[in-house]
Design a protein around this ligand. Structure first.
Ligand SMILES: Cc1ncc(COP(=O)(O)O)c(C=O)c1O
Length: 377
């Protein structure tokens, strides 16, 4: 049976960072984390109705009641917790969100804890705020990837450290931290008075049946000391619209966060706000079908990669990203190996993991088959 996600959409490289990198070359781009799929009809309709009158004036995000209600309902639907609306803070992106958190909760010369390997803007955030970076390795146990908790406890006890940025579900390996792991992290943050900024942008892309995402704000031990960053951007493919939101239960932290961002970043913009509300309110069926499609793509890619000598793939519990260990290829330049075969992944080195590569599998199956064929040569 064909799916709406089988439709190939021609993207003009002029308007797509992903397609621009290899424009004019026979290389299939599968790096940056946006999808090759059209957003749900509810989103397209919301944007079209905005365009009907053609007036693009100001809207204060906090006055957009429909958006707050959409978030509250969505979080209850997806994650089983109904939060008070006043916990919500709109912002123009998750990356601006964790940068604002650095401004709000740290001072130059202090340290911030991050995990590694990791999404490059998290790995590099300390550089913008004159902070030291304390990197906690992701280790592999019986349950797959997890944080090295002893290392984390040691860093958190350092008196110059008062903030951690967590990425959960993890980018690049797609691991969803168990609630037990998060409880351990919460206890360490509580004991050492560390603010946890939790980047959960991929939390509505859980592919593995039975795996549940636990938002940071839902853990009692973290309610006084957390900023949970979320967005409809990845899930509904509206990343270019530049809107996300934070859930900050503690009023004092919320005030400090808002003060730190005041005047420095634009308000969340009107098309992005409307699209977010329309996605959460009207995109539920689309979202269910998307997860099925992505899960099948993941399984197809996993089987194919595991049969190729020198390559192996992490089992992505979430996200549309496949984390490939290519160190078995015994080549010096792993990115070149992929590009020579006409495939353009994200280089593992960007995530502090040379010898690895990240493939975005949110594309029509025919395109993924093409990628696999090229890698099999
Ligand atoms: C973990 C993570 N955080 C944040 C972002 C980007 O967020 P935004 O575009 O809202 O700044 C990405 C995009 O790939 C990501 O993977």
């Amino acid at each position: 049976m064909t799916s709406v996600f089988d439709t190939r959409i021609e993207r003009d490289p002029k308007y797509s960072m992903k397609w621009k990198r290899y424009a004019g070359q026979d290389i299939i781009p599968c790096w940056v984390a946006d999808m090759e799929f059209a957003a749900p009809a509810s989103v397209q309709e919301a944007l079209m109705s905005l365009n009907q009158h053609g007036v693009y004036g100001y809207l204060k995000p906090e006055d957009f009641a429909e958006g707050r209600e959409a978030i509250v309902d969505w979080l209850e639907y997806r994650h089983g917790s109904r939060i008070p609306e006043e916990w919500i803070v709109w912002m123009p992106g998750v990356v601006p969100g964790f940068n604002m958190a650095c401004r709000a909760f740290t001072e130059a010369g202090q340290s911030v804890i991050v995990q590694t390997p990791n999404y490059p803007p998290i790995l590099n955030v300390h550089k913008h705020h004159q902070l030291d970076s304390l990197t906690v390795p992701v280790v592999y146990g019986a349950d797959g990837p997890d944080l090295d908790i002893e290392q984390l406890a040691q860093y958190a006890a350092n008196e110059r450290c008062n903030m951690m940025i967590l990425c959960n579900p993890m980018n690049p390996n797609g691991k969803v931290l168990s609630s037990e792991s998060l409880q351990r992290i919460a206890r360490i943050c509580e004991k050492n008075n560390v603010v946890l900024v939790s980047d959960e942008i991929h939390c509505d892309l859980i592919l593995e049946p039975g795996v549940k995402h636990t938002p940071a704000f839902s853990l009692e031990g973290l309610q006084e000391r957390s900023v949970t960053l979320m967005s409809a951007a990845k899930t509904f493919n509206i990343a270019g619209l530049g809107v996300s939101f934070g859930i900050i239960p503690n009023a004092g932290l919320r005030r400090r966060f808002l003060q730190a961002s005041n005047g420095l970043s634009p308000w969340a913009n009107v098309p992005g706000l409307l699209a977010t509300a329309a996605a959460f309110n009207g995109g539920r069926d689309w979202h269910g079908e998307l997860l099925d499609y992505l899960r099948a793509n993941r399984d197809f890619l996993f089987q194919a990669i595991e049969s190729l000598p020198g390559l192996s793939m992490a089992h992505s519990e979430a996200t549309f990203l496949a984390w490939l260990d290519a160190r078995g290829l015994a080549v010096d330049n792993h990115q070149k190996w992929f590009e020579d075969r006409g495939v353009g992944p994200s280089p593992g080195a960007d995530f502090a993991a040379p010898g690895f590569a990240r493939i975005n599998f949110a594309c029509p199956r025919a395109q993924l088959e093409n990628i696999v064929e090229r890698l099999s040569v």
